[in-house]
Design a binder for this molecule. Structure first.
Ligand code: GRF
Length: 193
């Protein structure tokens, strides 16, 4: 049976990319076929090589030029793109070539605390400063209207009075580890059913 081939794009620590790679290790129908980063220092590159998953580091210019990323995804016969802490905007050529086939995770309950410049710790600082009582994660489809892709799932955590950005980050990461891989799997299954 043909596997659904996913490419994971990550920029930073890579905990979400690693959780995805671990989850799909030996999966009967879904395979992590490619890891792409825009940073040599991305924490997911070493685990990918240990798992014999192909990886590529592209410059920001290559990611944004509308050709390099698209060609790479095609060379590896990628079916689904998963953005796991990827900090560059995906070029329109790729969005159009993968309709409803690009999934992103955002560390807040969108539409709040989303949009340009809202990533990583900045999101958690903004949530704390706004005295929100809860935060969470949004797993959503990336479409041509970047922020309007439909939500696949949202999961909440309480924000307590003594939380700071660091403790909130820890809570959010726990949610991500628990839910992101299985939500990605469920979404892919819903497309192929
Ligand atoms: C995660 O909180 C993710 O939701 C956000 O950026 C962070 C990336 O963490 N988009 P990691 O690189 O996956 O560890």
């Amino acid at each position: 049976m043909k596997h659904t081939r996913i490419a994971i794009l990550a920029s930073g620590i890579g905990s979400n990319a690693l959780a995805l790679m671990n989850h799909f290790d030996g999966h009967p129908t879904i395979r992590t076929s490619l890891l792409i980063s825009n940073k040599e220092t991305c924490g997911a590159l070493l685990p990918a090589s240990k798992k014999n998953i192909a990886s590529e580091v592209l410059s920001n210019a290559e990611i944004e030029d509308n050709q390099t990323l698209l060609m790479l995804l095609k060379q590896h016969s990628i079916d689904i793109v998963v953005l796991a802490g990827f900090l560059r905007k995906i070029p329109i050529s790729v969005v159009q070539a993968f309709p409803d086939r690009i999934i992103n995770i955002h560390p807040s309950i969108l539409p709040e605390f989303g949009g340009k410049g809202m990533y990583g710790a900045r999101v958690h600082h903004a949530v704390i400063e706004a005295h929100k009582k809860s935060s969470g994660i949004t797993i959503h489809v990336v479409n041509e209207n970047y922020d309007e892709g439909h939500y696949i799932a949202q999961f909440f955590v309480p924000v307590r009075a003594n939380d700071d950005a660091s403790s909130l980050d820890h809570k959010i990461r726990t949610l991500e580890q628990r839910y992101f891989p299985t939500v990605v799997e469920g979404y892919i299954n819903s497309l192929t059913d």
